[in-house]
Design a protein around this ligand. Structure first.
Ligand SMILES: [Zn+2]
Length: 246
């Protein structure tokens, strides 16, 4: 079992800090072929810049390198794109699911509340970063609802794959934001996505709570008491991505 850590969207900032960040996606070898957890931007995002991407380019330092598209990274790693049979989404902001149209054959697994927020008419600032063109190709969806199960003490929904994998609803950043936990050879990998900014000890608490929701303190506490669980977040420093394989 191999998990590759891919950077699907470099997004640097000059304010409030000089941060050099990538957007984490996972490429996982499962019993049902390759599985992506989030996709980063897709190839069409580099050709047609959406309104939200134009806004990001105004306020952030976004290099927009098309080689960061997941499909190109899958090929560079020696896999066939058609072997990506499944995509699990932590949430549906443009920087996490832009690559969906590059894998139109893949089944897309998502927490139902996130899909409903994406497709709902009611707009709020947390949903501005949805780009509806990302699902215009009509993917085959697999929706998940709460089941009352737990992974450690987090609400959890079992995903139907080996290695063992859980979807962990942690709403706040978006109405259906989820983490994903994957059993590894040495313990667990816990991708908290945009429920936490673990890499960034420089961001003020109020900014994290405002942008990412209430889960960061709990996740930090969990990480400090569970050394066998590798905890990562949806945006990591750029040097995190160098030759990262589990
Ligand atoms: Zn997000």
């Amino acid at each position: 079992m191999t998990i590759h850590f891919l950077n699907g969207f470099t997004c640097n900032t000059n304010f409030p800090g000089n941060w050099r960040c990538g957007t984490l996606e996972l490429l996982v070898e499962t019993d049902q072929g390759l599985l992506l957890v989030d996709t980063g931007l897709g190839t069409h995002d580099y050709v047609h810049h959406s309104g939200i991407l134009k806004l990001f380019r105004l306020i952030m330092d976004v290099p927009l390198d098309p080689d960061e598209a997941a499909i190109r990274q899958v090929i560079r790693l020696g896999y066939k794109p058609q072997d990506v049979n499944h995509i699990v989404l932590t949430h549906m902001h443009f920087d996490h699911c832009g690559g969906l149209p590059d894998f139109p054959w893949a089944r897309v697994h998502v927490y139902r509340k996130e899909y409903e927020a994406f497709t709902g008419r009611w707009r709020q600032w947390r949903t501005w970063a949805y780009d509806h063109s990302h699902i215009a190709h009509g993917p085959e969806w697999v929706f998940y609802d709460d089941t009352g199960e737990k992974w450690f003490d987090f609400n959890a929904i079992r995903l139907p794959f080996i290695p063992e994998m859980w979807l962990l609803p942690m709403p706040g950043h978006t109405p259906g934001q989820c983490g994903v936990a994957i059993k590894t050879n040495s313990g667990w990998l816990f991708q908290t996505s945009d429920a936490a900014a673990l890499f960034n000890d420089k961001a003020p608490d109020w900014l994290i709570r405002f942008g990412l929701g209430p889960y960061q303190p709990r996740i930090l506490q969990f990480a400090s008491t569970h050394p066998d669980v590798q905890v990562v977040s949806g945006h990591m420093w750029l040097d995190f991505f160098e030759k990262r394989v589990l």
